[in-house]
Design a binder for this molecule. Structure first.
Ligand code: TXA
Ligand code: MG
Length: 388
């Protein structure tokens, strides 16, 4: 069962993949609302097995839900041209119908099928960044059902770089709508085991291609605005987009999940990527932020709380003497590595049953902008500025 060719982080996927058998729901006499049986198939990340891809593509064409690795995070795919299949994505994730989905393509030529009034800049950016973690918001073609876009006249599109995602989209022969394959509000899944934890029994199939290489979601750029607006920092750093859009900035407009305007601003919700435990984010110079974090950890421990820490390797070493669960994310200078581990770290601390997670912010350069954005949302505004 285990495939050579790529390494898996201890996902446990091989163990449960062995036990997977296919229960055909049409043939079984299970009650209608009985949970689905999720088939887990291992797939080689670099050289996906054609038979596995064909099986998953056939499931998508039948209107089923298939989770698969992309270069950013795992996605939960459905045929983007099939409104019924798309509705099942929202049900499986318990995602609010007001939050639109990203449509995944297998060739740039498909763009004209799903989007209208495509500006020259879209072609320029597609040529520069596709396949890759850049999502463009454009005018929606009528062939894309309204529920994909939560009733908007726009559609978010990207062409993924992961060999499994690309092969699957190509074999399916249709554009694939896919949000991150987590339950709504849980951290995005960067390993098949995370998808299994949230969605086993709620989706039809899961392709286990090992850990996802980038670890944070795609950058979302709205090209229907003038000037274009960066809606979500992600895998393509803002500095790279500024080669084409020199004045581009990121102005976060986070809003409370409970606020009345929550419906109007998809993807802007605080508590969007949250561990179960309360998270507090410490910002400021590394030394000051670490000192505040340490004091807060000691106070919480003294009060009998179970404390988790999410921090660069340097901090993890400096906190070794305290009785907190510490998840080292990677060296402070290696933001690629920190991005890869940020969501898995939140899940690992939840699994430890901590009451409180203390996290230290990182530089906003490169992938740091996306890392900081995910931490701010997870902290739901609980940000402690230790000063410069
Ligand atoms: O890296 C990614 O983008 C992953 C992989 C699976 O491709 N997908 C992902 O999807 O993160 P999701 O649904 O978790 O996030 C999609 C984001 C949300 O913030 C959503 O509000 C925004 O894209 N979005 C989608 N369609 C939009 C639209 N028409 N207008 C504005 N924002 C849109
Ligand atoms: Mg998501």
């Amino acid at each position: 069962m285990p495939k050579s060719g790529h390494k898996r982080l201890r996902s446990g996927a091989d163990v449960w993949a062995i036990g997977a058998t296919h229960v055909d729901r049409a043939m079984s006499n299970l009650p209608k609302n009985h949970p689905l049986h999720t088939i887990v198939l291992p797939v080689d990340a670099m050289h996906p097995e054609p038979a596995t891809i064909a099986q998953a593509a056939a499931a998508l064409r039948r209107g089923e839900l298939v989770a698969f690795p992309t270069e950013t995070v795992y996605g939960l795919g459905a045929n983007a041209l099939d409104a019924t299949a798309v509705a099942r994505i929202f049900a499986a994730k318990q995602r609010p119908a007001a939050d639109p989905l990203i449509v995944h393509l297998s060739t740039p030529a498909q763009l004209a099928q799903v989007a209208a009034e495509i500006p020259p800049l879209a072609h320029t950016l597609a040529a520069a960044f596709w396949p890759g973690p850049l999502t463009l918001v454009l005018r929606r073609q009528a062939i894309i059902p309204a529920n994909v876009s939560a009733g908007r006249d726009t559609v978010a599109v990207r062409l993924p770089a992961h060999p499994v995602a690309l092969a699957l989209c190509a074999a399916a022969g249709v554009p694939i709508a896919a949000p991150s394959a987590n339950m709504f509000t849980r951290p995005s899944p960067t390993q098949a085991a995370h998808v299994f934890e949230d969605l086993n029994g709620r989706i039809d199939m899961l392709l286990d291609g090992g850990p996802t290489p980038i670890g944070v979601e795609s950058t979302v750029l709205d090209l229907t605005r003038d000037p274009p607006e960066l809606l979500r920092p992600g895998g393509v750093p803002i500095e790279e987009l500024r080669r084409f859009l020199p004045a581009l900035t990121f102005t976060p407009r986070y809003i409370d999940t409970e606020a009345p305007e929550a419906q109007a601003a998809p993807g802007m919700l605080l508590k969007h990527y949250s561990p179960r435990a309360e998270l507090r984010l410490f910002v400021g110079t590394p030394e000051r932020a670490l000192a505040r974090l340490r004091a807060e950890a000691l106070a919480a421990l003294a009060a009998g709380q179970r404390v988790g820490v999410l921090a660069p390797d340097e901090d993890a070493a400096a906190l070794e003497d305290i009785a907190a669960h510490i998840v080292p994310l990677g060296p402070e200078s290696n933001l690629e590595q920190i991005a890869q581990h940020i969501f898995a770290g939140m899940r690992a601390l939840d699994a430890q049953g901590v009451d409180l997670i203390l996290a230290r912010g990182v530089s906003a350069a490169g992938l740091g902008l996306a890392i900081g954005d995910r931490l701010v949302r997870a902290a739901e505004g609980a940000i402690i500025d230790a000063g410069e």
